[in-house]
Design a protein around this ligand. Structure first.
Ligand SMILES: *Cc1c(COP(=O)(O)O)cnc(C)c1O
Length: 378
């Protein structure tokens, strides 16, 4: 029996070991642990990769979201439209800043914000829309930007799961995920598509003034040392992490391609299966498969997971409880908010192992057993 993992960071490391070790060694030798030259070098390289005028590194993806909302001047009571079907960080910072989360339904096929549902949620207090490029696929940014423009709202793209992916506009223009809204945020958590060896994050923006403000907020509200103009926080990317990220950024496209190949093989194996809905590829999105998440039509998901586990195959539910049903928001006056698509997805999605180092043999093993198990349980 095999013992597989959702993500294999060790095998990936083995391939880039020499480069990573010398990059980290250089930081240690120079003891430039905080704001060493690797941090700005990485920011610059990511800027070029994304074609984004400004990249500001920070400590993690959750901080990036918080700093984005602070930089846009959102005030307590302001409303932020965001999906409930996301990792909690997207919404948690809304609560932390005493803003009001207004949960938008997601599209049953793309798992991202249902753009037909946004406008009815807009009130005079709405200030921002926060789409999430879930599982590696961009939300429908052209529609979201049009709505935002019409209603004078800010857009923050939560790009923690989709770095390396792109969005294609109707006129054929392509843009990197995270660079279309007013601010894009990302996470370099180890298992993300561009992951470091600890915590890390970044914000991107096209706006010079916003970039200045973001830099200040991430650095105790100062531009000049010991002159604190606004209340900020302390959110830095470690130099060691920046050194690792510089090595890994060079491989990001190759990593995304490897994930896509795994997704292609799953898609082929599960195509037209009566019990399995493979992830939909929106025509506007270059999907980079942070997760390979499918829908089980009828099979008992707990039993599927249990039987996969017996074969040494891990699986995950992203996410078992949607944000609007978390106790965290019990006092937020969400009332009896109904999000049927979100609820249904929460009960039916399952993510299979996907990573940059998956061998065809391991994948065939997963596919074989998954199909057998689903057949036995349907
Ligand atoms: C990982 C993730 C975050 C938070 O990133 P951290 O670096 O763990 O703080 C935010 N949003 C989404 C959608 C994520 O997947």
């Amino acid at each position: 029996m095999k013992h597989l993992q959702m993500v294999d960071l060790k095998s990936q490391y083995e391939k880039i070991k020499d480069d990573v070790q010398s990059a980290m060694q250089e930081v240690i030798e120079t003891t430039a642990f905080i704001n060493g030259p690797q941090v700005s070098a990485f920011a610059h390289e990511l800027q070029e990769y994304l074609h984004a005028p400004h990249v500001i590194p920070c400590a993690n993806g959750t901080d990036a979201l918080q700093i984005a909302m602070m930089a846009l001047g959102l005030q307590p009571g302001d409303e932020v439209i965001t999906p409930s079907f996301t990792y909690i960080a997207t919404v948690e910072v809304v609560g932390l800043l005493h803003l009001k989360p207004v949960f938008c339904e997601v599209d049953a096929r793309t798992f991202t914000m249902d753009v037909t549902q946004i406008e009815k949620l807009i009130t005079p207090k709405t200030r921002a829309i926060v789409p999430v490029h879930l599982y590696g696929q961009s939300a429908d940014m052209e529609s979201i930007m049009a709505i935002a423009e019409k209603h004078h709202l800010y857009v923050i793209e939560d790009n923690a799961q989709a770095i390396g992916g792109t969005y294609t506009f109707k006129d054929g223009t392509k843009k990197a995920n995270g660079t279309m809204g007013h601010i894009g945020t990302t996470s370099f958590f180890p298992s993300k598509n561009l992951g470091c060896y600890g915590d890390g994050g970044a914000l991107y923006t096209n706006d010079d003034a916003l970039a200045e403000k973001i830099k200040m907020i991430a650095n105790h509200g100062q531009k000049v040392k010991y002159i604190h103009e606004i209340v900020g926080c302390n959110s830095r990317l470690d130099t060691l992490q920046a050194a690792v990220l510089r090595v890994k950024l060079k491989h990001l496209d190759e990593y995304c391609d490897a994930r896509r190949s795994v997704a292609d093989r799953y898609d082929q194996a599960f195509a037209n299966h009566p019990e399995i809905q493979t992830p939909y590829r929106a025509p506007y999105s270059h999907h980079v498969y942070h997760q390979y998440t499918l829908i089980l039509n009828h099979a008992n998901r707990d039993a599927v997971q249990e039987q996969l586990k017996e074969k040494g195959i891990p699986s995950m539910i992203y996410y078992p409880i949607p944000a609007h049903k978390q106790k965290m928001f019990a006092s937020f006056g969400l009332g009896d908010l109904q999000l049927p698509v979100t609820d249904e997805l929460t009960s039916k999605v399952i993510s299979l192992p996907i990573h940059t180092e998956m061998s065809q043999e391991d994948q065939e093993y997963i596919i074989h057993h998954f199909l057998e198990i689903v057949k036995g349980l349907s």
